[in-house]
Unconditional design. Structure first.
Length: 269
């Protein structure tokens, strides 16, 4: 491949655009792009078939072996290559101890209508998730359990926020992910015969281990601060709880999701 362009100025238009994409979800939506930082995350994204439109790499941080690995990974296709100085890379990097690899990718945009469903889906539903770290952790759980999809109702964060991608270690691209509304989700689940289980502390809630998750199932989770909205909680088929024996009455949403997901996986054999 030809030698990549070398960028040494933070005023370079491409560097300015990287910062806009990193900081503004409106820019990511308008351009149809997001940022993936890290060789491991990029490898996962590329393996999932995501289009990599541009690569920015700092040779001083990445090293010669990593440069060769990137050439083998991306080949000489449509990806633009840019080599950047360490000072410039540190300006655009959003993680400490970066390995010098940052890419622009074109993430998929799925809808409920386009989501492929197996005969017995297992869906993880998040209402109004706002912390990219929690979303990323749940995507890792979904990938590990091979859940059908993660569906986010009325999201408060961009599904492809760079920090969510980082927290997911690239699983943002291995798990089908859909943003929708509460009303659309409920109608869609009813249409497809998917039973909804709301994780909520109510008088009607039953321990999660007493439920049968072997059929078409959606595990519905709320935010840590507020839990599920009354509208969504009341519309679900069953409320469930994870019994707590200590002083607190709730877990981190990503931890709770993992517990419920792997119970469903256990039941399904």
């Amino acid at each position: 491949m030809p030698a990549p362009d070398f960028i040494t100025s933070p005023q370079n238009p491409r560097i300015k655009n990287l910062l806009r994409l990193q900081q503004k979800s409106s820019e990511r939506r308008e351009q149809g792009l997001t940022i993936v930082e890290g060789h491991r995350e990029l490898t996962v994204a590329h393996g999932a078939g995501v289009a990599v439109t541009a690569l920015f790499v700092c040779r001083e941080l990445a090293g010669e072996t990593r440069m060769q690995e990137l050439q083998m990974l991306l080949g000489t296709g449509a990806t633009e290559w840019f080599e950047v100085s360490k000072a410039v890379f540190e300006k655009v990097a959003y993680r400490e101890g970066s390995d010098g690899v940052l890419a622009l990718v074109r993430p998929p945009r799925l809808t409920l209508a386009s989501l492929p469903l197996p005969a017995v889906p297992l869906l993880l539903v998040l209402e109004s998730v706002e912390k990219p770290g929690n979303l990323g952790a749940i995507l890792r759980t979904a990938d590990a359990a091979q859940a059908t999809a993660v569906i986010v109702c009325d999201p408060r964060t961009d599904l492809y926020n760079p920090n969510a991608i980082r927290a997911s270690i690239g699983c943002s691209f291995t798990v089908p992910t859909v943003a929708t509304t509460r009303a659309e989700l409920l109608a869609w689940c009813q249409e497809h015969g998917i039973r909804t289980y709301a994780a909520a502390l109510t008088e009607q809630a039953v321990p999660y281990t007493t439920c049968d998750f072997r059929g078409p199932t959606a595990l519905v989770m709320g935010t840590e601060a507020d839990g599920l909205t009354p509208e969504l909680m009341q519309a679900c088929d069953q409320t469930i709880i994870i019994p707590m024996r200590g002083a607190i009455d709730s877990l981190n949403v990503s931890t709770a999701t993992a517990i419920l997901t792997f119970e469903a996986l256990r039941q399904r054999g």
